[in-house]
Design a protein around this ligand. Structure first.
Ligand SMILES: Cc1ncc(COP(=O)(O)O)c(C=O)c1O
Length: 390
């Protein structure tokens, strides 16, 4: 077979840092190792029964067997508006301020195709979710990293950015509750962001993937709930985490109408819309009983407490995340995140994600996903204790 050559755009895509880790883990599994995988971000709990039943019923509806309308069904967009009002007190116009997405990831990559010309700057959190990089690379944009430092509660410091970069910036990605650090942003941080973004005409894209997962009684703040946010940005929400629907591929963008219109235009040329039955079931998720969400957040909080308390009890000085389902743990002194992740993998059969994979400022940390039950988390603590590292 003759191999064809990739075009320039695809060649600009960043390397998949975690691919090497995945193949190392698979090799050990094939050799029969009893692996505890805390390296991924794939929710382990099932979707609530009433949402699944909604999909089952909708699958019988012949309307949904035909093409859905471009840009999705109005009933789903109305449900999004009702959800935002109920959860965050934010008024959204379903006709002009909602764009239905094939999961948050799609929107996060698409937004750079909408806003960036080659050479334009995207301000990107470091450490951060690598899909932002993919979108910027596809658009031929330039990434300027915003370090998220522990001493700043993992919030970017806009004063450290160079004026030249700020002037070229068209878009800024933020994500709170944060993957990978587990940080939650105070409302005042969004106010500061809005004033900075307005001053420099930068579109803020707030990735609210973990919007429902806050601990110790904290409900994470929606960027859109702050005054002036809609003038300067959008929020991207997904049903993957809140409703354990990662496999369903459904999310939405809300906010600034001009940006929503661009996303819709882009999608008009790429897709029609999601399967109507998925839109129906997603509507049920947003408007139906929310006790499944409360139970999920309590479950993650319990796991967080078990894991963090356990690690502290063996002498590892770790801090408890305030939201998301990740813990961001400092590596032992003198060890890089890749060396430490390899040590845990080969000596304890525990998978964690090396912080370097989330950016240069992720070096010195590993990310743990609290996506195993308490028994497994306790076993992981016992295995780590036996390594006598702390
Ligand atoms: C920070 C962050 N944003 C967005 C997503 C995308 O989620 P989805 O594409 O399932 O909606 C994820 C998934 O892991 C994530 O961690």
């Amino acid at each position: 077979m003759k191999n064809f050559e990739m075009n320039h755009t695809l060649r600009q895509l960043p390397e998949q840092y975690f691919a090497a880790l995945v193949s190392k883990v698979q090799k050990l599994i094939n050799e029969g190792a009893d692996i505890i995988n805390l390296g991924q971000g794939n929710p382990d709990q099932p979707t609530a029964t009433h949402i699944i039943e909604s999909l089952q019923n909708a699958a019988d509806n012949p309307t949904f067997h035909r093409y859905p309308p471009f840009q999705g069904y109005p009933f789903f967009k109305e449900a999004v508006a009702t959800f935002y009002k109920r959860e965050y007190g934010v008024t959204i116009d379903p006709a002009t301020e909602v764009c239905i997405l094939f999961g948050g990831k799609a929107g996060l990559v698409e937004i750079s195709q909408c806003l960036l010309n080659p050479g334009d700057v995207a301000l990107v959190p470091d450490p951060g979710y690598p899909d932002y990089w993919s979108g910027v690379a596809l658009a031929g944009g330039k990434m300027v990293m915003m370090p998220l430092l522990e001493k700043n509660q993992f919030l970017p410091d806009y004063n450290l950015l160079h004026l030249d970069d700020i002037e070229k910036a068209k878009v800024m990605f933020l994500n709170y509750p944060n993957n990978p650090t587990g940080a939650v942003a105070p409302p005042t941080f969004f106010d500061e962001t809005i004033s900075f973004a307005k001053q420099h005409h930068i579109c803020v894209v707030h990735d609210f993937a973990y919007g429902s997962i806050g601990f110790d009684g904290i409900k994470p703040t929606s960027f859109l709930a702050r005054e002036g946010a809609k003038d300067t940005g959008i929020e991207i929400y997904t049903l993957s985490k809140t409703y354990n629907m990662a496999g369903w591929r459904v999310g939405f963008a809300v906010g600034n109408a001009s940006v929503i219109q661009m996303l819709n235009l882009y999608q008009d040329h790429m897709y029609v819309s999601l399967f109507g039955a998925v839109q129906q079931a997603a509507t049920t998720a947003l408007l139906g009983p929310q006790d499944c969400v409360e139970m999920l957040v309590s479950l993650y909080e319990e796991r967080r407490n078990t894991f963090i308390d356990g690690l502290q009890s063996i002498g590892w000085e770790v801090k408890a995340p305030k939201g998301s389902f990740f813990a961001w743990l400092p590596c032992p002194k003198g060890m890089s995140s890749t060396e430490f992740a390899d040590l845990l993998l080969y000596e304890a059969h525990i998978v964690v994600a090396p912080g370097k994979g989330f950016g240069d400022y992720g070096e010195g940390y590993v990310r743990v996903g609290l996506l195993e039950d308490k028994e497994k988390l306790n076993e992981a603590i016992e295995r780590i204790a036996k390594l006598n590292l702390f």
